[in-house]
Ligand binder design. Sequence first.
Ligand code: BTN
Length: 259
Amino acid sequence: MDEHTLRKTLSDIPLGGLRTFSQAGSTNDMALAWAADGAPNLSLVYAEEQTSGRGRGSHRWITPPGTALAFSLVLRPFPGEAQSVPLFSGLGALAVCEALGMRRLHPEIKWPNDVLLNRRKVCGILAEAVWLGDKVDSVVLGIGLNVKPEAVPPSEQLYFPATCVEAEMGKEVDRLGLLKDILQALLYWRSLLTKDVFSHAWEKHLAFCGEQVEIRTDDTPSRTGIVEGLERDGSLRLRSPGGQVFTVQFGEVHLRPVL
Ligand code: BTN
């Protein structure tokens, strides 16, 4: 994908800036460095290949050249968004769902922010907040979407089954068109981030609703429960086997279906 075509395709998206790379370590790392150096709101770092991409926790996210979308946005929270920063990763997931839905696919969100197609992970999102004292200065929202089969890691490296957009659609996909649709959806839903309609749209895509899942965090014992829905602040609402309703907040949380 050449830079000229990328710039032209994205010309009607009000990006704060654009940096493209044929190869990068991690677009999140580059966006974090750019944010520290004053990147304006909605600056985009895009890479055709990532050699040391990062996932949540200690996971790696490798992007072979020309097979996927790997990009990071620098978002500067507006005053009204200050309390809604935890929702930014849901925003990314919802934008990806919308773009995939436009292609007649039926994406679901494995809370908090993995996007699934046919119960297989197609997209991962890594949102990293940069704090200045007690104020969030920026959020770097990194999105990795498997488009071609070569983007899907070998199964022995996976902690959850994975797929790619082309396998699910059974045909070649225009990656640039997909990127543009994701960015447009992200702009639209960001303007509604603090409204009920946003959490409702996110909830509509929630995977495993009415099903039993296991919730695991790094420092507390795992819990099981039936997924009931989302709270307005983006936390997940479940019902325990004993019938009690409990919620789980963002953080290093991993959710798995109980088979
Ligand atoms: C996960 O599923 O654990 C999150 C994966 C996030 C991967 C994307 S690819 C673009 C951006 N740059 C990174 O280093 N990571 C994110």
